[in-house]
Write a protein that binds this ligand. Structure first.
Ligand code: NAD
Ligand code: UDP
Length: 320
């Protein structure tokens, strides 16, 4: 195996972070998971505690933390609209102050730093699909701005630490991702639809369901993120699955796959909801030799199985 590194995963107990921790522990690295458990369950990572190369620290990244590490994955930020709008000022602080703290650590340690940016930095896009050169169309004043603008500012910080302090940064722009360990009450479309299908609640389509998203399975995504860290690319590089579906199509597929009796209902579209989204992954293909391999129905099968096995009452809405 290649050289063993000490790796910090901030937000390491979350949906994506916990899968990154599992992969890195499996590769034999020394992994430190830092998380304040705002949107995650400890149970996402407690199974790793029996491994000698894994530890957890409860910490909020808006405050400095002093560790000696070789690599930092910064995945810490509430990601679902319902979660990041719960305390929008805290969301902005997490992206901006959290990035300053972890980039400062990377500078001091000479560590590589990967930042989990988002397709949301493109806002409601006028260009389709979205390449990395597109500068976006974000409403700076709207309810999504705490997330979108926080991530945009964090990308700026990455580039300034890279140019001014030679910190080796890696920026990935993640498009909608789903899979086992999604928070069942995060309000995201796939978790809502599967939960509603199981409980018999109505399936809630916001607007007329003609808006589109492109859904990437968790394991494809995590594979690309680890490849990006190990590459020589600064980025930004889009990571996502170009397979694009309307929300109405998604609802019909989930109803069919779960055999649910839930009715589909139509409710108001939230403010600033992007009308379409699809990644252009030319750069990921070229520089990371990566493309997703999991078809939507295969990934949904895994996700539905996972939802079938969990106890919904063990999950609560997040607390600050
Ligand atoms: P998640 O909510 O499951 O994970 C985020 C983790 O960060 C949680 O464990 C949470 O408790 C932790 N966290 C939040 N604020 C923190 C703070 N101030 N200090 C320490 N820990 C904190 O979400 P996820 O889907 O796993 O997303 C992980 C990252 O990927 C996020 O940065 C998100 O913006 C980005 N991303 C995710 C998606 C997606 O579709 N899942 C899309 C684009 C970008
Ligand atoms: N959506 C929906 N019903 C739901 C949850 C979401 O129709 O119960 C829609 C939402 O309006 C958006 C799309 O599904 O158009 C994806 O929403 P999600 O919150 O998963 O991700 P994001 O909008 O951040 O891409």
């Amino acid at each position: 195996m290649s050289q063993i590194k000490r790796i910090l995963v901030a937000g390491g107990a979350g949906f994506l972070g916990s899968r990154i921790c599992e992969n890195l522990v499996e590769q034999g690295h020394d992994v430190i998971c830092v998380d304040n458990f705002f949107t995650s369950q400890k149970s996402n990572v407690t199974h790793l505690l029996s491994r000698p190369n894994f530890e957890i620290i409860r910490h909020d990244i808006i405050h400095p933390v002093w560790l000696e590490v070789d690599e930092i994955y910064n995945m810490a930020c509430p990601a679902a609209p319902g979660h990041y709008q719960y305390n929008p000022i805290k969301t902005m602080k997490t992206s901006v102050m959290g990035s300053i703290n972890l980039l400062g650590m990377a500078k001091r340690c000479g560590a590589r730093y990967l930042f989990a940016s988002t397709s949301e930095i493109y806002g409601d896009p006028e260009i389709h699909p979205q390449p990395e050169t597109y500068r976006g169309s974000v409403n700076t004043l709207g309810p999504r701005a705490c997330y979108d603008e926080g991530k945009r500012a964090a990308e700026t910080l990455c580039m300034d630490y890279y140019r001014s302090n030679k910190v080796p940064v890696r920026i990935v722009r993640i498009f909608n991702t789903y899979g086992p360990r999604m928070h069942p009450y995060d309000g995201r479309v796939i978790s809502n639809f599967i939960r509603q299908a199981f409980t018999g609640e109505p399936i809630t389509i916001y607007g007329d369901g003609s808006q589109t998203r492109s859904f990437c399975y968790r394991d494809d995504l995590v594979d690309a993120i680890i490849k990006m860290m190990n590459s020589d690319q600064v980025g930004p590089i889009n990571i996502g699955n170009p397979g694009e579906y309307t929300i109405k199509q998604l609802a019909e597929i989930i109803v069919e796959m779960t055999g649910s009796k839930s009715k589909i209902v139509y409710t108001d579209l939230p403010a600033d909801d992007p009308k379409k989204r699809q990644p252009d992954i030319t750069l990921a293909r070229k520089h990371l030799q990566w493309e997703p391999t999991t078809q939507l129905r295969d990934g949904l099968k895994q996700t539905i199985e996972w939802f079938r096995g969990i106890e919904l009452s063990h999950y609560r809405p997040p607390t600050p």
